[in-house]
Write a protein that binds this ligand. Structure first.
Ligand SMILES: Nc1ncnc2c1ncn2[C@@H]1O[C@H](COS(=O)(=O)NC(=O)[C@@H](N)CS)[C@@H](O)[C@H]1O
Ligand SMILES: [Zn+2]
Length: 426
């Protein structure tokens, strides 16, 4: 699927190194140093109510990561999915009387324009789950054959006569067998999330799981394939008519585009469990290898006291801010002023601060700037040090603020660094 236009990224002289990132799995800072190409998977949107400030903050964090890798001389291979068929999307389509395909299509297009406006680097591979149904079904079939998945008879599935009668899977929902996968692979549930089983059960119910469903071997076993039901989209497949589960789509797309053991798997903290634990479990069961080296998660942006989210409807949309006259660079600066791993609350004041900062930086380093006393190359060195330290953009912004007060020896050089590393073209 088409992504969006790639922003210009100038090269900046001077040495830089791979970034250190907080890794959720080890709960420590690790060096995200690729062996050759930096391979990155960041979970994409479920396309409705696209691009709220929370989405933008998360994708901006992994944009910053890529800018630091590129500055250090690494090429980046970036993959991202679109969850363009899933229960929440179908519910929203029904609630708003819109065909789910039209809703997905229009929201992905809005997301693309917002990402391009914010100069966020696009993925090399932008893959919709509806484009890989066969690949997902084949992966589910592989897990069934390997004894790491099982079917649960489905009362309300469309009655389907199994083709040859021997295949117990047709016409049933298919679940991942966590215990079997833990026996057959090095993966253990909780490897990424480090959560207690009690917390897992709570989060599983809150985030699309069905721990109370009868017939499952373990309440935490996640669904791999949902059998066709009346009124729901379904595709014919080797595991019967139906559609993909959530976690398996990211395992299949990440493995297909990046292979195993890729550098960083990224997303918001609400994906830590079940989504990223299970995506890693499915990938280990399919490939025998770990999915990624580093599991990187961003904090949640709230608005009016609650995490910004579709279901709550407390959304601040990037496109609305832009329509109201906000400069995309000011929105970017407003987001970069918060460390990517903190939970924080958006207020309109944040946009005002970003707008004022943009004006000060334009005066100090833009086309009409006059040289000042700080040394550009020195300031750029401190900027790089801040970003290599777990993408510390708040410190980076403060360093550029300070340089703006005194002016710098070579304003154009600093402007190049601000563009390359922070994505703000003054
Ligand atoms: N309020 C928020 N603050 C920060 N990040 C958020 C917020 N809401 C959603 N996100 C992040 O934005 C990304 C897309 O979220 S989403 O549209 O709900 N889609 C999904 O989570 C799945 N399609 C991932 S496969 C995820 O990484 C999610 O963690
Ligand atoms: Zn995902």
């Amino acid at each position: 699927m088409r992504a969006w236009q790639h922003p210009q990224i100038p090269s900046v002289p001077g040495p830089s190194t791979a970034p250190w990132l907080h890794d959720t799995a080890s709960d420590s800072l690790v060096e995200a140093k690729p062996t050759d190409v930096a391979r990155l998977y960041v979970c994409g949107i479920t396309p409705y109510d696209a691009t709220h400030i929370g989405h933008a903050a998360t994708y901006l964090a992994f944009d910053t990561l890529q800018r630091v890798w590129r500055d250090a001389g690494y090429r980046v291979h970036y993959a991202q999915n679109v969850t363009d068929v899933d229960d929440p999307l179908l519910e929203r389509a029904i609630a708003t009387g819109v065909d789910w395909r039209d809703l997905a299509e229009s929201q992905v297009e809005l997301f693309r324009t917002d990402m391009a406006a914010l100069r966020i680097i696009p993925p090399n591979d932008y893959v919709a789950v509806t484009d890989v149904i066969d690949e997902v079904a084949a992966a589910v079939g592989q897990l069934v054959a390997a004894g790491m998945a099982y079917s649960v008879p489905t009362a309300d599935a469309l009655s389907v006569t199994p083709v040859d009668g021997t295949d117990p899977v047709r016409g049933s929902d298919v679940y991942f067998d966590i215990a079997a996968a833990e026996r057959q692979t090095a993966w253990q549930i909780g490897d990424e999330s480090n959560l207690s089983r009690a917390d897992m059960l709570l989060l599983s119910a809150e985030r699309g799981g069905d721990p109370d469903r009868p017939g499952k071997r373990d309440p935490l076993d996640p669904m791999l394939w949902r059998a066709a039901r009346a009124g729901e989209p379904a595709w014919e497949s080797e595991v019967g008519p139906g559609r993909p589960g959530w976690h398996i789509e990211c395992s299949v797309i990440a493995l297909q585009e990046l292979g195993t053991d890729f550098t960083v798997q990224g997303g918001g903290a609400d994906l830590i469990f079940p989504h990223h634990d299970m995506s890693a479990g499915h990938a280990a069961a399919l490939s025998g290898h770990p999915l990624a080296g580093v599991y990187s998660h961003t904090g949640m942006v709230a608005y009016q006291g609650e995490k910004m989210s579709k279901s709550l409807g407390n959304l601040v949309l990037v496109s609305v801010l832009l329509q109201q006259g906000a400069d995309a660079r000011a929105i970017r600066l407003a987001l970069l002023a918060q460390h990517y791993r903190t939970d924080w609350t958006w207020t309109d004041a944040h946009l005002g601060i970003g707008t004022a900062r943009l004006a000060r930086w334009t005066a100090a380093f833009g086309a009409d700037a006059v040289p000042g006393t700080a040394t550009s190359s020195y300031v750029i060195g401190t900027l790089r040090t801040a970003l290599v330290n777990d993408l510390d953009t708040p410190t980076a912004l403060a360093l550029v603020d300070k340089a703006a007060l005194t002016g710098v020896s070579d304003p154009a050089l600093l402007a190049r660094a601000v563009d390359a590393l922070l994505g703000v073209d003054l």
